[in-house]
Design a binder for this molecule. Structure first.
Ligand code: FNR
Length: 220
């Protein structure tokens, strides 16, 4: 018989929209995804980019004052989760500077928290491609940092007309597709977190052992 004591704690998933503006369609998509995560029995930590406010990366500032509060806040939230989901806009067919800047700052922490996490990438845009090109660009820094980025992604086209008043997706097919994507992702995270059969150190560079501070960050 399974008792409550045998049951593992719920998976913890940080979900955040990567736009600062009020009324962001990516914030709406993040809220919907957080709801799906909760419905699946996991714990969703829903965040907005304004919670991680930080200046542009500057090596002199880092050296003088260390990481800014917003970067430390993002690092803390990442450390508390098993996996994270980003809903990001696409700016000029790529990653918004605000998000890339946040990744750059947080990557300066050692051990950097992206390395041990799974991530699902979703996007929303009023355009017909739904911001999908931005997600391909976002994979690059995250995979570089060792994040296991889920192969499937979800991009919501015509996002300004896609939501119902209660925050769901109006289109039944898209609703099912998003739900399948989130549950497939959570299944993979669960398999990794609960039944550790994958090596955590899934990427190695020759330079991983480097202790020279000048080359360390270029290699790690
Ligand atoms: C955009 N937008 C945009 N949309 C898109 O689908 N592809 C793109 O390349 C761009 N490029 C772009 C650049 C800049 C600087 C801005 C400000 C906007 C439009 C963008 O998708 C739209 O503003 C979304 O509503 C932004 O997401 P949030 O803020 O609603 O989450």
């Amino acid at each position: 018989m399974t008792t409550n004591a045998d049951r593992p704690d719920p998976l913890r998933v940080l979900v955040f929209g990567a736009a600062l503006r009020t009324g962001s369609v990516n914030a709406r998509l993040a809220a919907l995804v957080a709801r799906l995560v909760t419905d699946a029995g996991a714990t969703a930590d829903l965040a907005g980019m304004h919670e991680f406010d930080m200046p542009l990366y500057d090596g002199d500032v880092e050296q003088g004052a260390g990481l800014p509060a917003g970067a430390l806040a993002l690092r803390a939230r990442l450390e508390q989760c098993d996996a994270f989901i980003i809903s990001s806009p696409e700016y000029n067919a790529s990653v918004p500077g605000v998000l890339k800047n946040a990744i750059d700052w947080v990557s300066r922490v050692q051990p950097q928290p992206f390395k041990t996490k799974h991530a699902l990438l979703v996007s929303a845009s009023p355009s017909l491609v739904g911001g999908n090109r931005g997600l391909w660009a976002l994979r690059v820094p995250l995979e570089h940092l060792g994040t296991r980025v889920y192969p499937d992604m979800f991009s919501l086209a015509n996002a300004h007309h896609a939501f119902t008043e209660d925050g769901d997706l109006a289109d039944e097919g898209l609703r099912a597709r998003l739900s399948d994507t989130v549950s497939g992702f959570l299944g993979l995270v669960e398999a990794d977190v609960r039944y550790v059969c994958l090596s955590r150190r899934w990427y190695e560079f020759l330079g991983d052992r480097s202790e020279d501070p000048v080359t360390q960050r270029a290699e790690d």
